[in-house]
Design a protein around this ligand. Structure first.
Ligand code: CA
Length: 227
């Protein structure tokens, strides 16, 4: 579970990152709206916690920008007590929840779990579907309902296929895929991506899938249904 936190108060940002990582989530943080927006648009995050009051691009603007880009990433807003209008604008703007500062860190974690459950991000029955293909998120089994065939995906293959299915019909660059699967600090090279894509393609072919991973020259890959 990758969480992005955008918060300009250094102390709070550090405390929140630590708290989220103690919970077993992977947390990245940005100290301003511009960085936060750029990181969020990479598509690698499962959830974002955005402070509304930020220097430069504020939390509501980040929310508006990602929603207008078609991203459904769940967002929890952090608002100041005296800014009721912000809450209303945030929820109208597509936020999933909000918390009023100051808040208990346990409260934030509870809200995160609730929002993720609602989005099926950590629930037990969160299988992903595209065309007649299903990816079982607990079983790591890839199957095609029309051929009845299935095959298990190994760790990285599963993570990559899950990322592709959650972002199907969208071009994902090799950089985005590398960051999502191997992490920002990884030494992994972009050709790892090509190798794992080829593994998944073989498995898609084996189950007779009606979806395919198409290479987009010079950029990366897109998962789409066969036309
Ligand atoms: Ca702030």
């Amino acid at each position: 579970m990758n969480i992005l936190l955008v918060e300009d108060e250094d102390g709070l940002r550090a405390a929140l990152v630590k708290e989220l990582e103690d919970e077993g989530w992977k947390a990245d943080a940005a100290a301003n709206g511009e960085d936060g927006l750029g990181m969020l648009l990479s598509g690698i995050y499962d959830l974002a916690v955005l402070d509304i009051m930020l220097p430069g691009i504020d939390g509501l603007q980040i929310l508006a920008r990602i929603r207008s880009a078609g991203m459904t990433t769940p967002v929890i807003l952090l608002t100041a007590l005296d800014r009721v209008d912000d809450k209303v604008r945030g929820m109208d703007g597509g936020a999933d929840d909000y918390l009023t500062k100051p808040f208990d860190l346990r409260e934030l974690k509870a809200r995160i779990r609730m929002v993720l459950r609602r989005h099926g991000g950590s629930a037990a029955d969160n299988d992903l579907h595209l065309g007649s293909v299903t990816l079982g998120c607990d079983s790591c089994v890839l199957s095609d309902a029309s051929t009845g065939k299935s095959i298990r995906l190994a760790g990285r293959e599963f993570q990559l296929m899950e990322y592709l299915m959650r972002n199907h019909s969208r071009v994902l660059s090799r950089e985005m895929i590398t960051e999502k699967i191997w992490g920002f600090d990884s030494e992994a090279e972009y050709n790892n991506v090509d190798v794992y894509i080829s593994f998944i393609r073989k498995k898609l072919a084996y189950i007779g899938a009606d979806v395919r991973i198409r290479a987009v020259r010079g950029i990366g890959y897109i998962l789409e249904t066969e036309k």
